[in-house]
Structure formats: C-alpha cells, structure tokens
Write a protein that binds this ligand. Structure first.
Ligand code: AMP
Length: 609
C-alpha cells in the first residue's frame, strides 16, 4: 500500500491494522486517523524504517505505537520494542498511551524506565518481563551496561522527539544504544525539526527510511479574529465558559475536540451549565447530524461540540465563534475548522486553546496562515461581573419601558411602607432574587495570567522569560552535564565527560508540603498539572511527589523566581488552596506514602502491564 497523502477519505481500517486494535480505537473514541497516522501506519506495517517530521499534538505517538504493537508476540515476554524519549514525563505519557491501546491485548506489558526512579523497582519490573520499554537514554544505557536489559529480541526501535534528545545532550547516549541494537530491526525516528546531527544519525542507523512530513497548508483567513489562550491555572471548561460569557457578539459556536467521547462529555457539561449544547460526531447517522445542524441554524442550539470529520462542510452563518478546545493535528485542519465561522460576509472569531507543550504547533499555524494569533487574556471575575450587570441592566430597562408596571409598583410601595425602607432597598432585594441561580458576582479567585508563549516562531527555540524556559544566561534545570537537580540525572551514574558542557544551573531540589492529598481525590497528575501551569515550571523539572491522606509533598528546584513562588502560593488543586510551604514535618499519621515513581501509576493489577 502506498502512503496516502491525506487522511480525508481514510479510516483506521484502511491502514491495515488488526481487528483487535481497530476495536480498541473505536472504544477509546478515535474517529479517523490524523494525517501523520494515515501516512506512517501503512509504511511502518510494511516494515520500512521511517523518519517522521511531526511534533506533539499531531498524533505521532499512535502513529508509531499502533504498528509497533502489531509486531509484538505477547507470549514472548522479552523486550521487542524500545522507545527512547527525552524526558521521563514523555516516557510515562507514551507508556500510558501504549497501555491504553493494549486494552484488548491481555498480557501485554509496557514499562517506562527513567532516571530518578529506584533501580530496585526497575529491576523487579524488568525481571517480570515487558514487551515494550519506553525509556530515557541515560537509564536505558545503564540497564544495557548492567545487562539488566537485553535487546536480543528487539524488532522495533523508536526515537521520539529526536531533536529534543539532541538539545538535551542525549545524542551520544542515543547513538551508544543504536550501536548495540541487533542488526535486524525496524527503526522509526520522529522529530519536529531536522537539525544536521539528527539527519546524520538517521543516515547512519536507518535503512532506506521513508520520510514523512505533515504538509503545512497555507491559507488566508483574513476575516477571522484569531486568538489563543495558553492553558494555565484554570480548567479548560471553566475558561471556556468564562470566555464565551464575555465575548462580544457571541451568537453561536462550534467547539472542536479530538474524540467522539470528548464531544459527548463536553456537551453534557455545557448543558449542565445552562448552555443549549449538543455533540456532533461520527456516531450520528446522517439524519441525526442534519438535525443538529438544523437546530444550530434555528437557534434551538447555540453550541455544537464536534470532531473534525463530523463538522466538515458545516455552513451556518450565525456561527460567530469557533473554539479549538483541543488543538488540531495540523494547519490544514485548523484552517478548515476556523472556516466554519466568518461565513456569509460576517466577521468570525477563532479561539485556540494551547497547552504549554503545544506552543510549537501554535507557531506552525501562525506561519501557515500567515497571520499572527494574539494571546487572549482570560476575562477576570470583574469582567464577567460587569458583563452580567450590563446584561441585567439591559433587561430591567426593557421591562421599565413596558406597559403594566403599576400593579408591581404598588407592591413595592407596600413592602417599603410595611418594612420602613426605601423603594431602592426593595428594588435591591428584587434584583438579588432575580439572579436565578446565576449570581451577578462570581466567586473565587482569578488565576494568574499565563506566561507568554515561550517558543520563538523564527527558530522554534524557547524564548527566555519564564521559569522552566530555556535561557542560556539563566541557570537551567534538567540539562545534562553536572546538573544535579535534574530529575533525569538523579540516581544515574555520572555522565561521561565528552558530553557538551552546559551552563551551571543552581543545584538542589527543595521539598515542599501542600494541603491536598488523597482525601481530596487528588492524583499526582493533578498536582503536576497545577504546578506546571500555575508557575510555568515544566513538569520535567518537578521532582518526586508523595501523596498522603490530607497533604502531599513535592520536590521543586531550589531558587524558584519570586513570581513562580507567589503563583504557587495561590494555586488550587481540585478547588483546594494548596498552601505551598517548605516541608519540615513528617507524613500524616497512618497516611502511608504513595510515591509517584511510575510503577504505581502503571501497575494496576499484579502482573498486568
Ligand atoms: P500526540 O501528538 O501523540 O501527543 O497525541 C496528541 C493527542 O491526540 C493525544 O491525547 C491522543 O490521545 C490524541 N489522538 C491521537 N490520535 C488521535 C485520533 N486519531 N483521534 C483522536 N485523538 C487522537
């Protein structure tokens, strides 16, 4: 099968995947392959080596994971695939993705191994036998040297985010590993950019690789106001409702998400918040689909939550807003999505939610559409209050101009007289009553504004400015040589001397205590997410997290900038203020430490994964 150019007409079934995996994809709500998947999966299934130029958000993980899983012999409990990733966080994420794709493959085990995690645990897990290893280069190298990991049965090797591995100084380790892989195996290399050294590695270790690149459609989108919100400090859903509430000339919206499941979930949540919202996805038959679109046209619905395929070709002039709740896979999809607004000569608005890891995709979109996308400041509580008050005043004024107020004016006079208060106070009481469950003033705190997007559009390198970003002049965390606080480095043997020297970062990790724990229903990922978003600390710089019943501890790099520190003091996790402070105490009595070491996160049942 030749590699298809576009995923327009393709389904996962067309790509040659097994029924078991197809079934799984349906269960997890993937509707159609993303462009990188449509192109890579057939090539990898045919056994070719591959260079994939793709960044986070394109669906590249499934692009290599699904074909790789087709090759696994579950009965053979030896590593048959090795995926190298630059960070422990990505290793965990990729392992999680594989685990989710393996839900119908009983006995399939994937194991993330990374620096900073205890060797004892890793040795135990390795000896139990895993089919796929997802690891950071340093730790994989250690296990190969110690002969605790064998690649004798390796069929597939994946280098994920190769340019990141280069940037972080891992390229020697990667080559060291590549030199020790068996001659007969398939190699896939994924990289957002293709620096010379990565090209050289590809030439040296890949055999006649097919090269796959996501095409960047250029298009003009002049009549559409484009803004983005960098996901930070607030749940996307809360941000969405806040934004929609204050957007000028809001009439109707199409909100794009990735999966069918997400369309339904978000539609339900918005409906619960009082919006006339419905899902539009590939599970709906043509008649149901048309009905939803008709309702959007007539005003019976104001919001439709759709997947790309389902929203194809929608032409509803009253759609004033398109929200990219999940970032699209490529620029083509973006242009297509936002083209659902600004129709019939009207102006349209396109709002894009961008997670910190997706900033690169934002810049790609800007380049492809040749138009800058401005950052959107999340409306404050005061903004929402002002808008609600203005709407309220508008309604009152409308009624004031209506006929037949005498009867009611009489009631107001009676109450004022009986209670010995002025008519103004009675009016205030009535205004309060009129809120009808939607208070004019909203409670809670405003989140800290998101740090400005940190990638420079010209060279894709991060700009200095916020903590966790890379500034050559500032101390850095998690760089290689001699960088003690690096999570990646901790517990690893000292680095070899030929590694590129880096600026000397400040050293240690500091342990903090926070007032949220298991009793609050908090999971490690909630804490990581909140800290990463609030303080702009990339999650790979976040150290060990231990969950107790009522509180937790978390290790963060020493020498945090004041703003990060302040932001963290205000952070909430699951609505609970975390009250971050240096940890002096001991764990809650009887709480029992729950360490986040990757093992617990994945070890659902004994023997599984
Ligand atoms: P990645 O670029 O691999 O990090 O994937 C980004 C996100 O897209 C992940 O949350 C995936 O679960 C999701 N995803 C990947 N492929 C698909 C697909 N074909 N349909 C829906 N969601 C997908």
């Amino acid at each position: 099968m030749s590699s298809p150019e576009s995923s327009d007409t393709l389904s996962f079934a067309d790509l040659g995947l097994s029924t078991t995996l197809l079934q799984t994809l349906t269960q997890i709500g993937y509707e159609t392959p993303s462009p990188i998947q449509a192109q890579c999966i057939p090539v990898l299934l045919e056994g070719h080596d591959l260079i994939g130029m793709a960044q986070t958000g394109t669906g590249k993980t499934a692009a290599f994971a699904l074909p790789l899983m087709e090759q696994i012999d579950v009965k053979l409990t030896k590593p048959q695939a090795l995926i190298l990733t630059p960070t422990r966080e990505l290793a965990i994420q990729v392992a999680e993705a594989l685990q989710s794709y393996a839900k119908n493959l009983p006995g399939f085990h994937v194991l993330p191994i990374y620096g900073g995690q205890s060797y004892t645990i890793q040795l135990k897990q390795l000896s139990r036998g895993a089919h796929v290893i997802v690891g950071t280069p340093g730790r994989v190298m250690d296990h190969l040297e110690r002969k605790t990991l064998s690649l004798d049965h390796l069929k597939t090797m994946v280098l994920d985010e190769a340019d990141e591995m280069l940037r972080m100084g891992f390229i020697d380790d990667v080559e060291w590993i590549l030199e020790r892989t068996p001659a007969q195996h398939q190699t896939a290399l994924f990289s957002a950019t293709m620096p010379e050294q990565i090209r050289r590695v590809a030439q040296k270790y890949l055999v006649e690789p097919r090269e796959i690149k996501i095409k960047s459609a250029t298009a003009t989108v002049a009549a559409i106001r484009q803004v983005y919100w960098q996901v930070s400090g607030m749940h996307k859903l809360d941000a969405l409702t806040r934004i929609l509430e204050v957007e000028e000339d809001f009439d109707a919206a199409i909100i794009f998400v990735r999966t069918k499941t997400a369309t339904v979930e978000l539609a339900d949540k918005l409906a619960a918040r009082g919006y006339a919202a419905a899902a539009l996805n590939g599970d709906l038959n043509q008649q149901m689909r048309e009905r939803v679109i008709e309702q959007l046209k007539s005003g019976a619905l104001d919001i439709v939550i759709a997947t790309d395929v389902a929203a194809r070709g929608i032409d509803v002039p009253r759609v004033s807003h398109v929200v990219n709740y999940d970032i699209p896979y490529d620029t083509e999809a973006y242009v297509h999505r936002i083209g659902r607004t600004g129709r019939a000569g009207r102006t349209g608005n396109a709002i894009l939610f961008v997670a910190p890891r997706e900033i690169r995709m934002l810049r790609t979109i800007e380049r492809a559409t040749r138009s800058p996308i401005a950052p959107l400041t999340l409306p404050s509580r005061a903004d929402v209050t002002n808008k609600r008050v203005a709407d309220f005043k508008g309604k009152v004024i409308e009624v004031l101009n209506a006929e037949g107020l005498d009867f009611f004016a009489n009631i107001v006079s009676q109450i004022a007289e009986e209670q010995n208060v002025g008519a103004e106070e009675v009016a205030a009481a009535l205004a309060m009553m009129a809120q009808e469950g939607k208070p004019l003033q909203i409670a809670g705190e405003d989140p800290r504004p998101a740090p400005a997007a940190s990638f420079d559009s010209r060279d894709s390198r991060p700009r200095p400015g916020s903590f966790g970003e890379r500034d050559e002049r500032k101390p850095r965390f998690n760089e290689r040589a001699g960088d003690k606080p690096s999570f990646e480095n901790r517990g690893e043997r000292p680095r070899r001397e030929e590694r590129p020297a880096r600026s000397a970062p400040s050293g240690d990790m500091v342990r903090y205590r926070i007032d949220v724990g298991r009793d609050h229903g908090v999971q490690v990922k909630d804490i990581v997410g909140a800290i990463a978003n609030e303080a702009g600390i990339e999650s790979r710089f976040i150290g060990r997290i231990a969950l107790y019943d009522e509180s937790s501890t978390i290790e963060l790099p020493a020498g945090m900038p004041k703003e990060a520190d302040n932001a963290l003091k205000r952070t909430r996790v699951r609505g609970v203020p975390i009250n971050l402070r240096p940890d002096e105490g001991r764990p809650d009595a009887g709480g029992g430490e729950r360490k986040f070491d990757g093992e617990r996160k994945f070890k659902k049942k004994p023997g599984s994964y």
